[in-house]
Design a protein around this ligand. Structure first.
Ligand code: FES
Length: 83
């Protein structure tokens, strides 16, 4: 269960992900990524920094939003269906 925390500006936005790194940044090769997706399939990338499956969204943004009044959600990358 997600533990609600009162948001404060003097705390990091990232509470736990790869804290041993100076900066958390990721690169995706979009061509390689598209090869892994079936037409119509999508992947969702986390933007709330609460996912346990980082960098992918696992839905924890919903609890985060309820707890904090925030409105964050994932970036969805969708492979178009062939027409
Ligand atoms: Fe972070 Fe969904 S879990 S955006």
């Amino acid at each position: 269960r997600y533990r609600c925390r009162v948001p404060r500006w003097d705390r990091p936005i990232n509470p736990s992900i790869r804290k041993d790194e100076k900066k958390v940044g990721d690169v995706f090769d979009i061509e390689d990524l598209m090869k892994t997706l079936e037409p119509g399939q999508k992947i969702s990338l986390c933007r709330c920094w609460r996912s346990k499956k980082w960098p992918y969204c696992d839905g924890l943004h919903k609890d985060h939003n309820i707890c904090t009044g925030d409105n964050v959600g994932p970036v969805n990358i969708i492979r178009k269906k062939q027409s």
